[in-house]
Design a protein around this ligand. Structure first.
Ligand SMILES: [Zn+2]
Ligand SMILES: [Zn+2]
Length: 85
């Protein structure tokens, strides 16, 4: 559901949509471990159009989740199976 917050890419305070940083099979665990960012509509569209331009967002989110969960890289790999750092 959309909520009012700062966009995770451009920082604009507006209505933002949830975006699962690690999609596909990782979508469910993205939700479970907080790997969901809120993006304004233009940034969200940009992300899906040019995912390779936003690798930094994946790096940042992986680092955030590992920090919050107190995970090592091995713990991360156990859950997400792919390293973005
Ligand atoms: Zn934005
Ligand atoms: Zn999305």
């Amino acid at each position: 559901m959309a909520k009012y917050c700062e966009c995770g890419i451009c920082g604009t305070g507006t209505w933002c949509e949830p975006h699962h940083v690690f999609g596909g099979t990782s979508r469910k665990i993205s939700e479970k471990y907080g790997a969901v960012v809120y993006l304004c509509r233009p940034c969200h569209e940009q992300f899906h159009r040019h995912p390779s331009a936003f690798l930094w967002l994946r790096e940042k989110t992986q680092a955030k989740v590992m920090f919050e969960q107190g995970w090592t890289l091995d713990d991360w790999m156990e859950h997400f199976n792919k390293n973005y750092l």
